[in-house]
Design a protein around this ligand. Sequence first.
Ligand SMILES: [Mn+2]
Length: 402
Amino acid sequence: MTIRFLHAADIHLDSPLRGLEADPGAPVELIRGATRRALGKLVDLALDEDVALLLIAGDIYDGDWPDYGTGLFFAAQMARLTRAGRRVIVIRGNHDAQNRITRTLRLPEGVRVLDHCKPETVELADLGLAVHGQSFAEQAVKDNLARGYPPAMAGRLNIGLLHTCFEQAGGVHERYAPCTRADLMDRRYDYWALGHIHARQEWRDPWIVFPGNLQGRHINEPGPKGATLVSVDEGRIVSVESRIVDDFRWARVSADVTGCETNEQALARVQTALQTALDATEGRGLAVRVTLAGATALHGTLAAADLRVDVLNEARQLTPNLWIEGVELRTRPLRPPLEDRGDALGLLARRIDALVEAPPDDLLGDWPEQLEKKLPPNTLPDDRKPILARARDLLLARLAEG
Ligand SMILES: [Mn+2]
């Protein structure tokens, strides 16, 4: 007998996508609905692939529902599955821990939310499966939950459903329900359906899988997002595949402007890079952070230009589905730097360099405070170094022209 199950996590339903404030054309409503459309596509996928079971490894919700609409949408999507005879097993994670979600709605029969007080096992004898798991009772679960999970059930394919920061995952994550690979191996399960880390990762023997979140929510969650489809034949896992269901995509795009002599040439390179990123999205909306890099005689003039507007203009001309999250300048000057010269200009350049490298406390006086009063909150980064470096580039470019 062949059966399939689908493993998803970190849906963060109705989470706002962040970082498009810089693009005046950003369709806020369209972007806000992305997590809902991704969940709808997950259910479509489950039905198309004829899966017997959907597992969700925590963080279905981003936090307490803003209103009942969030819960109503989730219940309606789950009902599409249960009406078709599919089962759903979920746990709560740090974002939707038992004590964080104050509103409740009855979920359809066929959807099981596992207990938050102790690990629970659901035996699905007709499918040959045993699913073990435990929900988060509160946001900051510091205990190693995996160690409390029951041993594998004989004669069943055993699946562990767990929301965890898993030691082997790398990266920086909130350290909730930590566990090691050895903890998981001790249980002797066949598949660990994990959640919490938003980038897809997998290990084998046994299968330990983070499917990643369902929908990227900002520039640090770039690339395709989706769920993991698992096929089981005669009680053995025979395939584990990533399936993409996201509705809106984030990407970092780098344009190499080496050798460009005019801003127009540089912007043409930007347009080519944007087009390449668009081609990979298969018609989805796309938000990008554009970086210009390479050695160019334009280094100084690019630093002085309002590049954000120029890049927005390139994006608008390509397609109505592309938004600019930000523009970064990482070019280098083409000519031997002023700092290498033996004359007074060289001396001045070296002094300016030294100020940027180790700025004295009073270098900027009360300018940052003055600026902060005039700008929207949190516009100025706490780290002043990139701003100072850009000021240096501008200043040196002006000096070099003179
Ligand atoms: Mn989480």
